[in-house]
Write a protein that binds this ligand. Structure first.
Ligand SMILES: [Zn+2]
Length: 330
């Protein structure tokens, strides 16, 4: 399949609906056998004028489009805007704000925000391979000045969450490999250790700071502790790789995004983890990788803004997290 290599190419290429159609066809039905996303039947005909297929199995909603069953479903935005937007979001090193997207694509800011969050959904990592060999674990605190919050929220923050009402982020990184990070309610042992045990291969070397929550890991791992009150590294005992990731995350948050609601924090963390984990890929490879994940992941505007969706805290445990129910990419 022909496909673009740069953002400029992508914008020009996908301005043509026929190119979008070819791209989506290849992505969804490689080989060209179109199947109904509702029932799997191949007894379908294409209605070119309406740009939809009709399925003859006889179920409700007999028509479907290129967008049905993907993160683009139920959106009136044309693929000619969706695909360049996806390229832009996926390739932009330090993240992109809804305001930049709104100006660049000539869509409303609300639409741009919605597009950003849908693309980010496709960028989430399914997380099925465990980290191994040498893994650093660490926590950091983000944002949130307590005095800007309502009193009730403020009390909750001060009592329950990180220092000064900041949000807690926990991360694990395999040296030379992948990072996994997420927004947490607490950094207590009971919250951190199940995640560590689920996401890091037993027997691996784990490097952490002296936080008490990590005590007891030595039963299943080679656990080495660096006491940050004394020194930042002792030979290979350090958490510098994790520190580097935190700098990237914070640069993204402070540089590009004017404010991040705690409700949405996990999405920004996911996005930065994605950038870190795909850092050796070209833009075209990164785009292709994410696009493979647009199928089977859907989110409605209500879910994005409303109370139906969890805020992504404590989502690193796969059986409790969104990954478990987020639908498969196939
Ligand atoms: Zn069907």
């Amino acid at each position: 399949m022909e496909s673009p290599d740069t953002l400029r190419d992508a914008i020009i290429w996908f301005a043509d609906f026929e190119h979008c159609r070819q791209f989506m066809m290849e992505l969804r039905w490689p080989g060209g056998k179109v199947k109904c996303p509702y029932c799997g039947s191949e007894r379908v005909t294409y209605l070119a004028k309406a740009r939809v297929w009709k399925c003859y199995t006889g179920h409700d909603r007999p028509t479907f489009s290129l967008k049905t069953g993907t993160i683009f479903e139920d959106s009136p935005i044309a693929l000619e805007k969706w695909l360049p937007a996806a390229w832009l979001i996926i390739s932009c090193k330090n993240g992109i704000s809804s305001y930049e997207l709104h100006r660049g694509l000539k869509v409303t800011q609300k639409t741009a925000w919605f597009m950003l969050h849908r693309i980010r959904l496709a960028m989430q990592d399914g997380g099925f391979n465990k980290l191994c060999v040498e893994v650093e674990v660490d926590e950091t605190f983000i944002g949130g000045k307590a005095r800007n919050m309502h009193a009730a929220k403020r009390a909750e923050k001060i009592q329950g969450r990180g220092p000064e009402g900041k949000e807690i982020v926990f991360g694990m990184v395999e040296r030379g490999g992948k990072v996994i990070a997420g927004h947490m309610d607490t950094r207590k042992k009971k919250d951190l250790q199940p995640i560590i045990r689920e996401r890091i291969e037993a027997g691996s070397a784990i490097f952490s700071d002296e936080l008490k929550s990590y005590e007891g890991l030595a039963a299943d791992y080679q656990h080495a502790v660096i006491d940050h009150a004394v020194e930042y590294a002792n030979g290979n005992v350090h958490t510098n790789t994790m520190e580097n990731f935190w700098s990237l995350l914070k640069r993204g948050l402070h540089g590009t995004y004017i404010s991040v609601e705690p409700f949405h924090l996990f999405r920004y963390i996911d996005e930065q983890a994605f950038r870190y984990n795909t850092r050796k890929m070209t833009d075209a490879e990164r785009f292709a990788g994410v696009m493979k994940q647009i199928v089977g992941r859907r989110v409605t505007y209500k879910e994005l803004t409303g109370k139906n969706l969890e805020d992504g805290r404590n989502s690193l445990l796969l059986e409790n997290g969104r990954d478990a129910e987020g639908g498969s990419a196939s």
